[in-house]
Design a protein around this ligand. Sequence first.
Ligand SMILES: Nc1nc2c(ncn2[C@@H]2O[C@H](COP(=O)(O)OP(=O)(O)OP(=O)(O)O)[C@@H](O)[C@H]2O)c(=O)[nH]1
Length: 147
Amino acid sequence: MSLMFGKARTCNIVTVPEHEPSEVNIVILGAMGSGKSALTVKFLTKRFISEYDPNLEDTYSSEEVVDQQPVLVKVMDTADQEGPVNSERYLGWANAFIIVYSIDNRSSFEVCQQYLETVSLYSKGLQPEAPVILLGNKVDMERYRHA
Ligand SMILES: Nc1nc2c(ncn2[C@@H]2O[C@H](COP(=O)(O)OP(=O)(O)OP(=O)(O)O)[C@@H](O)[C@H]2O)c(=O)[nH]1
């Protein structure tokens, strides 16, 4: 990102950046504690951080290169308490959905059904339909697997 400082000047020429990145909005859904924030932070910073504010819902941006093209990826890390609530806040915004469960927690897997239904009901009429990924998280907990 480049920042410009100094006085604003009037200019008749409007320059459009040659390589304006396209944008993709991704929503991360899933049960509390399934690891949505950890995944989001890992994607953005390449680091695993173990504790997050469970009530914090925020959207983060990262410039990525996909097929040699710049893409501005926006990630909304949601914080639903139990299953989908007020889903309108992300349904219209999202281009893709990642539904996360924790492999050591059966109920986090079961609640994915509700998210899948909400998302597929919404994206049914869309052309093309928004991609949905079901993601089993915490694979290091294999010996405690319940889902
Ligand atoms: N063992 C293990 N623990 C993880 C992993 N990812 C996240 N955790 C832990 O799981 C707990 C919940 O992670 P969060 O990222 O806060 O989960 P969340 O889905 O954002 O939870 P809410 O914010 O409550 O919705 C934290 O203690 C994390 O450290 C993982 O891959 N393996």
